[in-house]
Design a protein around this ligand. Structure first.
Ligand code: HEM
Length: 205
């Protein structure tokens, strides 16, 4: 449980940081939100997390484009069933390609573009009840770690972006391509340079 939970969460933080760094206006908006809620003389605490709707939208958009369990876990129907005109025999191994659903142009406008704005209304959540967006799966076998994943990803992101500005090393280009597997990773690990941005140096001790 802990192994499954740590890779998926850390890969989500890495993809989210890459997406944030790719769009300076997103970085600025996250930092403005954090300044309003946390303040420039404070560190992020768990109690701040539910007051950061834009950062939550960034996490949701990251999990739309880069769902870190792209085919969910294999499912196996206990009875023969049919869906979309196909018969699925009892005992089949079924993979659900949530990665492709999250990029389906019949559901999403400009599906390949990262735009956290689309998650600012409360329409989308992680409950798996809408088969257009379900990065944590759905139904009886839905991820049991959603509350922990949500808190830990938001806490890491909020702390990283509040305390530092981030840039890619001189002469390098930011790459957001993916490497497929049971879990989805960045093809090239993110290398980012932090510069402190808070006024009180004691906060970095
Ligand atoms: C961003 C982070 C995470 C993502 C994207 C994620 C995603 C998923 C997905 C897609 C499934 C399969 C659901 C299905 O097939 O319907 C799953 C199952 C599971 N996840 Fe997560 N997960 C994350 C974090 C965590 C954490 C932090 C924990 C625990 C501490 C955890 C524990 C589990 C367990 C135990 C299952 C199996 C549930 C079952 O089969 O009944 N996950 N997760």
């Amino acid at each position: 449980m802990l192994v499954g939970g740590s890779d998926t969460s850390s890969n989500t933080v890495e993809f989210a940081m890459a997406e944030i760094m790719h769009k300076p206006e997103v970085m600025k908006r996250v930092q403005d939100e954090l300044e309003g809620v946390v303040g420039k003389d404070n560190m992020v605490e768990e109690s701040h997390l539910h007051k950061l709707p834009y950062l939550l939208a960034v996490m949701k958009e990251t999990l739309r484009l880069h769902p870190t369990v792209p085919l969910l876990v294999p499912h196996c129907p206990s009875e023969a069933t049919s869906t979309g005109g196909y018969t699925i025999p009892k005992g089949s191994r079924v993979f659900v390609n949530v990665w492709a659903i999250h990029r389906d142009p019949s559901i999403w406008e400009k599906p390949l573009e990262s735009d956290p704005e689309r998650f600012l209304d409360a329409k989308w959540d992680f409950c798996g009840n809408d088969f257009s967006y379900f990065p944590f799966g759905s139904g009886r076998r839905i991820c049991v770690g959603i509350p922990m994943a949500e808190r830990s990803v938001l806490y890491f992101l909020a702390t990283l972006v509040h305390m530092f500005n981030w840039t890619v090393p001189e002469g390098e280009k930011l790459d957001i391509s993916e490497k497929f597997g049971i879990t989805l990773k960045k093809k090239i690990p993110l290398v980012a340079i932090p510069t402190p941005r808070l006024s009180n140096p004691d906060l970095y001790q």
